[in-house]
Design a binder for this molecule. Structure first.
Ligand code: ADE
Length: 256
């Protein structure tokens, strides 16, 4: 998986993604990260990449030409390397105006060979740049950040961990939060007792089936508490087995 990021702050992207699991994935060549400075593509003699908005108003707008030229340079590099030739490479613009990013979107994007991201700054980007290069607009949530750099790092992290080999544990991406629309169950490690707080006895029993049942129940309880909307989907889509459905019905009737 090759990530290409058009940004005014390439060092922020490189630094933000070069540690821990993603740093290792980069070293192992499972993913690659190409943060390209949009400023390198301005023809302005003062290296300006923004201008005043037509029609007036506060703030500055990112100019169309550096963005389009930056995109074309990245695209020809991808095709030169023999990447996605026929198929258009998806170009994602990070903006609060976009569709909200979800785990399903991360899964789908993880199938691509190359992805290009466009990070905005200032008050926005000239609409023609969006029309000319962007294929989809994505938001990471209903709040406004100062630029697209943090959102793109969030997306790259979520997508990368779904790329085969990035997580050492072969199945850990499968059995976690949002699997079956349920939140994750509580985890414990040594010591068995900490300042009087004990690890639930069932986890020390060695009884795998019972432990699994307990964990699923914990997941259901947590999801009901924090994300009843998700639990509704789990029920509707038949993600709970017969026993779990009984448990859910009891919860709904307040028999906890
Ligand atoms: N740029 C600024 N805020 C953003 C958000 N919430 N999501 C994606 N891009 C953004």
């Amino acid at each position: 998986m090759n990530f290409h990021v058009m940004t005014l702050f390439p060092e922020m992207i490189m630094q933000g993604l070069s540690s821990s699991i993603l740093g290792r994935a980069l070293e192992r060549g499972l993913i690659s990260l190409n943060a390209v400075n949009i400023r390198d593509y301005t023809l302005d003699k003062h290296k300006r990449v923004d201008d005043y908005p037509y029609g007036g108003g506060a703030g500055m707008v990112m100019s169309v030409d550096p963005v389009v030229r930056c995109y074309r340079a990245i695209f020809s590099e991808i095709t030169r390397k023999g990447g996605q030739k026929e198929k258009k490479v998806r170009v994602i613009y990070l903006t609060p105006q976009g569709k909200t990013f979800t785990q399903e979107m991360a899964k789908e994007l993880a199938e691509e060979e190359d992805l290009i991201f466009l990070c905005g700054h200032y008050e926005g980007i000239d609409e023609r740049a969006i029309e000319m290069v962007v294929t989809e607009q994505i938001s990471i949530g209903d709040y406004v950040l100062t630029g697209g750099e943090l959102p793109v790092m969030v997306m790259i992290d979520a997508i990368s961990r779904l790329v085969p080999g990035v997580l050492n544990n072969g199945n850990s991406a499968e059995f976690e939060t949002f699997h079956d629309h349920l939140l994750e169950y509580p985890q414990y490690t040594r010591p068995e007792v900490y300042e009087g707080r004990e690890v639930p006895e069932i986890l020390l029993s060695g009884h795998h089936a019972k432990i699994e049942e307990w964990r699923r129940k914990q997941s259901i309880l947590r999801t009901k508490e924090a994300r009843p909307d998700l639990l509704g989907r789990a029920v509707q889509e038949g993600c709970l087995n017969k026993r779990e459905m009984t448990f859910w019905r009891e919860l709904e009737q307040g028999w906890e």
